[in-house]
Design a protein around this ligand. Structure first.
Ligand SMILES: *[C@@H]1O[C@H](CO)[C@@H](O)[C@H](O)[C@H]1NC(C)=O
Ligand SMILES: *[C@@H]1O[C@H](CO)[C@@H](O)[C@H](O)[C@H]1NC(C)=O
Length: 276
């Protein structure tokens, strides 16, 4: 037998978990436990506070509100966020306009963008402007017009795939829509020498579209809608916003929650008694 197939880890470690023995804790162990309570709890609390600041928050950008809150009059596709939003009603309405006052951005820079494609860009704008659940992915921006941006937001696979599907026949001249336009006319025009081509040639895969178009704002994932592991651009307005739980999951760094204070306090008396 060659060495190419090492034994499975299970075979090497038949006793993966230490059996729990009901022996009285040693002095050293008691001291350790007592210290654990004194040190771990404040540390855990501090961690929770830091992580909570990533939840229910608005980035510091061009049109975002300072804090999220209810917005009864949100418009069209942005209505999903009416219970708690970082956008105003005005912003939500502008998100549906061509060359809106938001960014003067022209979706039709290589001819009219088909409506079935444009709805994804409207939804992308709604998510960006309105979602209070993007905190874990807020990063500093090197722009004059905004202090913060989003980076690597894990988009649900279906949302990205559908965006790409529906935009196959749309036409553009650029991969990165954040940079490199000719803005001399007041709106974005293709820079000299950039050829207008169908999306499928500019973005060969769905991942290329979602990750490159806004210079890394989104990350393509294989997580599915409803998994709690990816951000949904679209969701059922009759359901609660599924992205609340996703932000919570990533804000705590994928780790299980720290032991609550009562558990640590319960460990304290036996630990102290053992010291006597
Ligand atoms: C939104 O507000 C801007 C600036 O005040 C204004 O120019 C624009 O017309 C408003 N848009 C809508 C749809 O009300
Ligand atoms: C930018 O667009 C204007 C027309 O709006 C054109 O005259 C100019 O040559 C363009 N500049 C570049 C660098 O493409």
């Amino acid at each position: 037998m060659s060495c190419a197939h090492p034994m499975a880890p299970e075979a090497q470690h038949p006793l993966r978990e230490e059996p729990w023995l009901p022996v009285p804790p040693s002095r050293a162990m008691a001291v350790t436990l007592a210290l654990l309570v004194l040190v771990a709890w404040p540390a855990a609390t501090a961690g929770t506070v830091t992580r909570d600041s990533l939840l229910n928050t608005c980035m510091s950008a061009k049109h975002h509100k300072e804090k999220p809150g209810p917005e009864g009059q949100l418009y069209g596709q942005c209505v999903l966020w009416k219970d708690n939003a970082c956008c105003t009603a005005n912003t939500s309405q502008e998100a549906h306009e061509d060359q809106s006052y938001l960014y003067n951005f022209n979706w039709d820079h290589c001819g009219a963008m088909p409506q079935k494609c444009k709805r994804h860009f409207i939804q992308d704008t709604c998510l960006y402007e309105c979602s209070p659940n993007l905190g874990p992915w807020i990063d500093q921006a090197d722009n004059t017009w905004r202090k913060e941006r989003i980076r690597d937001v894990p988009l649900c696979q279906e949302d990205c795939e559908q965006w790409w599907e529906d935009c196959q026949d749309a036409v553009t001249c650029k991969v990165n829509w954040h940079k490199g336009w000719n803005w001399t006319s007041g709106t974005n025009q293709c820079p000299q020498g950039a050829m207008c081509q169908k999306f499928k040639f500019v973005f060969p895969t769905a991942a290329a579209l979602c990750e490159q178009i806004w210079s890394g704002s989104y990350r393509y994932t294989s997580h599915h809608r409803g998994s709690g592991r990816c951000i949904q651009m679209w969701f059922d307005p009759a359901q609660e916003n599924p992205n609340v739980a996703v932000a919570q999951y990533y804000a705590r760094g994928n780790a299980p929650p720290s032991p609550p204070l009562p558990v640590l306090l319960a460990l304290l008396p036996p630990a102290l008694l053992a010291l006597l």
